[in-house]
Design a protein around this ligand. Sequence first.
Ligand code: AMP
Length: 499
Amino acid sequence: MLPEAGSLWLLKLLRDIQLAQFYWPILEELNVTRPEHFDFVKPEDLDGIGMGRPAQRRLSEALKRLRSGPKSKNWVYKILGGFAPEHKEPTLPSDSPRHLPEPEGGLKCLIPEGAVCRGELLGSGCFGVVHRGLWTLPSGKSVPVAVKSLRVGPEGPMGTELGDFLREVSVMMNLEHPHVLRLHGLVLGQPLQMVMELAPLGSLHARLTAPAPTPPLLVALLCLFLRQLAGAMAYLGARGLVHRDLATRNLLLASPRTIKVADFGLVRPLGGARGRYVMGGPRPIPYAWCAPESLRHGAFSSASDVWMFGVTLWEMFSGGEEPWAGVPPYLILQRLEDRARLPRPPLCSRALYSLALRCWAPHPADRPSFSHLEGLLQEAGPSEGCCVRDVTEPGALRMETGDPITVIEGSPDSTIWKGQNGRTFKVGSFPASAVTLADAGGLPATRPVHRGTPARGDQHPGSIDGPFSWGPSSPAPAAWQSAATHPPASTGRSALPPE
Ligand code: AMP
């Protein structure tokens, strides 16, 4: 076979350093057709085609010479190097957040085009389509993956889309966290493809809005997701990154109980001493999720991600409803500056809603950090309990002995609590005496379930509670007393679905 005209430079380069025998493996197996593609080739990739380390050093020197030549233009690196704030505030070295490391000239893995086959379409985003795929490893093992391909117009990829695509790659290749979607590698083909961990259950938003007979997500599970999300966001923040597009549509379900943060196309590094990223020009931004300073000044920070976390929490407890539905985008900022806030969804406890309101503090400095939020979520989360007698009273949440119950609202002072039956998924009020509380380890509860003062903006008091009302009353419920002194009978049932 004759060398392709477009890759003669490669043959020449390799001939010059007596490595011409690697021409086809580099072209075919590593898919390198332009000098810039070597930015994504790791030593292990070259090991894989049988090139020894001394030969690799010769190649590296030759590439350096090629690049320092008058015509060198490294398009991938140029764009990845452009992974910088469009407007950078002056940086003070002492207290600026840690920056994303520069790409080290190697991806987690460079994947040959032939090793990935694409299947069904999973979805499409701003700059590409995502397919289910199968990646065949050199060992012959096949791994299910998701493949995001860069959308290509008739004249090649559009500059912004290519930039966002490569930016997403450059961010993801440096991330490793149990709740952040993993990038396996890049295919330097036509089109460019990102090979990612597959989240087989799709987006959280799709799951939240799935029609019957798909059951709703349990409140206890939503709280688990919130803790996972706060952990992942604390990790991103510690790496000096702002996500800028936190929403349930960008959370993917890797398993029934595991979410992963995805879609890093809008991620930017925090620039400067104030840890903010300021947008340089007009770009589409998700209005209804944005903090007021992002809408007014295009300013993004970990604190604006925290605001978005509050909106994501609201989405989760609203069954995936659209925030500020029906409000024109230009009015959203005005509403926020007039201190209007999204109302408390019926499934959201007052404690959790208070947390959302803290995320929506007008001043970024008054919002909790993600690492602080992890602890606050633990405290504000619902208590788990177990039904100790059948409840059949009219208007009460029906339950049978042994049903796992998530207590959404309740306090030692009230005789009527509100909760969710983990068996039936129904939410309602019930006599506190029907439930004993347990912490995760099956030990007696040691803390009151929920504090009573309605949070500001609370607009849905007990709309699904039935005729039961709840509030302070003098005698502490029997269930509370028993829970405080005796371990509840273990039923082995949990309100959460199995892994
Ligand atoms: P994106 O371009 O990242 O916004 O992705 C568009 C859509 O593709 C998402 O809303 C998901 O439905 C789907 N998708 C993206 N990445 C994955 C993945 N890793 N696993 C499963 N589905 C995905």
